[in-house]
Design a protein around this ligand. Structure first.
Ligand code: AQP
Length: 331
């Protein structure tokens, strides 16, 4: 692993699915790779969601995404944290890839199918989303992309885009590999049904008030077979147990699993144990977020510095691409 790129959309509050599936790994990678760990708030991607076109809310959400990531442990002194739209080369490279990518490769993307099915009018940008994502990654010649399972198909397309370009114009881009967090590749939402997702509204937010988190846990579904307190349950069918595997140490996981099977612990007590463990992780993140909120200039300066560094690499790649594809007098 030499260079890593990953991104997060400012489409709403960052949730524990984003944290466990992606951000937690970013922090660990950042410790190892330093400035070659590039993390991007992908505001142009957010615009594929019609709700994101809100000139007042978008900058606020972008700031909040940066703040949440910094609070979760991304240290901009060590790594490169920036906003996608501050590096216009992403969209420039994206256009070149768009001209080389068959429409059929894009219409078969599961995320496109799911999201477009919910819209009356589908923006072309939603179809192009994975092409822009390929440009985000390849403009830095990143070889590794830490993501949740939902992004694997897009990453495969990135590899195809890199291959196609290399074949046509000579070796230029690496074929980046996905890096999954094996413990939390797909965190389920608090509804117990879909993947936790900002747009579905089934999230536990990273910076959510503890009281509100508890209310959500209290109302969350458990094993449907446990109708009464004395009914034995099956932890493998319980959302709360799944969350325990993310937040609780092995001995607590074992104790609650055994308690569930034997009806030795009730669901409310099991949820209380989870809540305490969850807050042990989220509490310090929320404290750091509160400090950063008092000092917004720290976040702003970090993003400005990150954009400067990212842009220097992106400009170099774009120059190479312009020369290779034969644009007139590239400079
Ligand atoms: N539930 C999840 N479990 C594991 N990983 C997840 N990720 C998202 N949800 C889960 C990972 O988080 C990173 C950033 O995601 P994103 O915000 O850029 O895009 P997303 O996957 O579209 O996230 P959402 O919350 O589902 O947003 P909306 O609703 O706006 O589409 C990615 O690495 C993603 O895999």
């Amino acid at each position: 692993m030499k260079r890593v790129l990953s991104g997060i959309q400012p489409t709403g509050a960052i949730h524990i699915g984003n944290y466990l599936g992606a951000i937690k790994q970013w922090v660990e990678i950042g410790e190892r790779l330093g400035k070659d760990a590039l993390f991007c708030i992908v505001d142009y991607h957010a615009l594929t969601n019609p709700d994101a076109y809100d000139p007042e809310r978008l900058p606020q959400r972008t700031f909040e995404a940066a703040l949440a990531n910094m609070a979760a442990g991304l240290d901009p002194e060590k790594i490169t944290l920036f906003v996608q739209s501050h590096v216009p080369e992403h969209t420039e490279l994206s256009w070149i890839f768009t001209t080389q990518t068959p429409v059929g490769d894009l219409t078969r993307m599961t995320q496109y199918k799911d999201k477009s099915a919910k819209l009356k009018s589908v923006p072309a940008g939603l179809l192009m989303y994975p092409v822009l994502q390929a440009a985000d990654i390849l403009i830095y010649k990143a070889d590794t992309v830490p993501v949740g399972e939902d992004q694997l198909q897009h990453l495969e397309l990135t590899r195809e885009i890199a291959r196609r370009f290399n074949h046509a114009f000579g070796d230029t881009f690496p074929e980046p590999k996905a890096l999954l967090n094996p413990k939390a590749p797909r965190v389920p939402g608090i509804d117990g049904a879909a993947k936790m997702s900002k747009s579905v509204g089934n999230t536990i937010e990273l910076l959510e008030e503890p009281k509100s988190i508890w209310e959500k846990l209290r109302a969350a579904p458990t094993d449907p077979a446990r109708v009464r307190r004395n009914d034995p349950g099956d932890p493998s069918r319980c959302l709360i147990f799944k969350y325990h595997t993310y937040f609780s140490p092995p001995e607590v996981q074992e104790a609650v699993a055994e308690g569930c099977r034997t009806a030795g612990i009730g669901c409310v007590d099991c949820k209380k144990l989870l809540f305490d463990r969850m807050m042990e992780v989220l509490g310090p993140i929320q404290e750091r977020a509160a400090e950063l909120r008092q000092n917004p200039e720290v976040v702003e300066a970090a993003l400005e510095d990150g954009a400067r560094r990212a842009r220097a690499i992106a400009q170099e790649t774009m120059h190479e691409v312009r020369v290779k594809i034969g644009l007139y007098k590239p400079y």
